[in-house]
Design a protein around this ligand. Structure first.
Ligand SMILES: Cc1cc2nc3c(=O)[nH]c(=O)nc-3n(C[C@H](O)[C@H](O)[C@H](O)COP(=O)(O)OP(=O)(O)OC[C@H]3O[C@@H](n4cnc5c(N)ncnc54)[C@H](O)[C@@H]3O)c2cc1C
Length: 91
């Protein structure tokens, strides 16, 4: 497995993609606004919900589904925030 070691500032720092507090603006398919073929999941997104590992995992599942859907040209599934805030888990 490849491990990311460094991410340089890039086009994502444009006003179209960043909120004032530094999170990334994403649409319902977790695509970064103002960017082609760039997606974001987890705490870095501007989704209005609790920032949790639980929700980050939900994002990952939707994104994986949608990347496959895009590859086979089938309809994508939107992410719906706030499905549950009671499924917290504690390590
Ligand atoms: C004290 C605490 C307790 C929590 N308890 C829970 C809990 O019980 N249940 C729960 O569901 N959630 C919990 N959370 C929230 C949960 O940890 C986060 O929502 C989750 O880790 C978000 O995952 P992420 O992958 O989006 O971000 P992160 O886990 O923060 O991962 C981001 C990674 O990117 C790396 N990184 C940052 N900048 C760069 C860069 N420029 N180049 C390369 N790498 C970079 C960071 O080092 C980090 O490894 C807790 C959070 C905190 C702080």
């Amino acid at each position: 497995m490849h491990q990311v070691e460094l991410i340089f500032s890039c086009a994502l720092s444009s006003a179209a993609s960043l909120t004032d507090n530094g999170t990334l603006k994403v649409d319902e398919f977790l695509q970064v606004k103002g960017q082609d073929n760039v997606f974001a999941i987890g705490d870095v997104t501007d989704i209005n919900e609790q920032k949790l590992a639980y929700t980050a995992r939900l994002h990952a599942e939707i994104l994986a589904t949608n990347l496959v859907a895009e590859a086979i040209k089938s309809p994508k599934t939107p992410y719906t925030p706030g499905k549950s805030s009671s499924n917290l888990f504690f390590a």
